[in-house]
Design a protein around this ligand. Structure first.
Ligand SMILES: [Fe+2]
Ligand SMILES: [Fe+2]
Length: 318
């Protein structure tokens, strides 16, 4: 993989594929270019941020939401401006604006608070208001003093910035802890941030009892909440969540962003029963669902090929 001082020609080529000006790059290929840019942005390369931002004129809700996610995981203050523009752009789809607001929360800088507060109070769309609520709470948590006193156990997810940190583990008996977390997860009178913290702690516990508790979250009235449950299952890649995820993907009454996340999760888990379902819904009438299934199938193909990285690495001569 290219290093921090990547050749400008590598960046240009990745941007060319991601932006797809000539219309010849298939979506999965563009995803691979995005993942390469992700590696570069994680290493602090601002040119990767610019290259990604230049692709936001695209139609694909799926690709753009992933781009916003990547910007949020970069840790770079430099990504705040482009992300703020996306949150403020009414021409972007809900899932894209949601992901941009969440990304501002993931970056965690207090200077993002005014824009998040504005859309928390005024946006007509519930998923946007709820995302802003969470992002504000995360920024306050990250910059607050409380976190220093919290004992959060390390987990395999520590290299990812979650929309809310996992709940500190205070209960000794794990089954009692799961019971307590489940009650908090489904309690709609609690702040969303608190419920998300219960969700991420259940993810980190990761047993089949924890998965059963998380499945209850699919009954929640908030589409944002349900999509996050599916997202968490995608991170866990545990076959125990497959039946619930298939049910979500097959439910054409379910909100697009929730079905999309279920499709991605099934692609990650990729047990035998996932494949025919993904094939079937790769022809779904909802573009973001069909595209999610297509990308999921491409990732499975990649997994089976034994190639090392799911990324596009342009070759440039020196
Ligand atoms: Fe999301
Ligand atoms: Fe997603």
């Amino acid at each position: 993989m290219a290093t921090e001082a990547a050749d400008q020609r590598v960046i240009d080529e990745l941007e060319r594929v991601l932006v797809n000006k000539d219309g010849k790059s298939e979506l999965p290929f563009r995803y691979r270019a995005l993942f390469s840019l992700n590696h570069l942005s994680q290493k602090g390369d601002k040119r990767a941020i610019d290259a990604i931002y230049n692709a936001f004129g695209d139609e694909s809700e799926l690709l753009k939401h992933e781009m916003a996610y990547v910007l949020g995981q970069s840790g770079l203050e430099y990504a705040i401006d482009p992300l703020t523009k996306i949150v403020e752009d009414p021409g972007q789809q809900v899932m894209v604006r949601h992901e941009a607001a969440e990304a501002l929360g993931a970056l965690g800088f207090t200077k993002s608070l005014p824009v998040l507060e504005k859309y928390y109070k005024n946006d007509p769309l519930a998923p946007i208001r709820e995302t802003c609520e969470l992002a504000i709470a995360r920024i306050q948590w990250k910059n607050g003093l409380d976190k220093n006193n919290e004992k959060i156990s390390p987990s395999v997810y520590d290299n990812i910035v979650d929309p809310a940190p996992p709940m500190p583990d205070t209960v000794k008996d794990v089954n009692k802890e799961i019971e307590k977390l489940k009650l908090e997860l489904v309690d709609q009178s609690l702040p969303l941030f608190h419920r998300y913290r219960a969700m991420f702690r259940l993810r980190n516990i990761g047993t089949k009892e924890a998965i059963a508790a998380l499945v209850e979250g699919f009954e929640d009235p908030s589409a944002l909440f349900r999509h996050e449950i599916a997202f968490v299952f995608g991170q866990m890649v545990d076959p125990h969540s497959v039946p619930a995820l298939i049910e979500v993907l097959e439910n054409t009454q379910e909100v697009d962003m929730v079905r999309h996340e279920a499709a991605e999760a099934l692609g990650g888990i990729a047990t035998e029963e996932c494949l025919p379902v993904l094939e079937k819904y790769s022809k779904d009438s909802v573009p973001v669902v069909a595209e999610s299934c297509a990308v999921a199938l491409d990732m499975i193909k990649h997994e089976q090929s034994g190639e090392l990285e799911y990324a596009y690495i342009p070759k440039v001569s020196s």
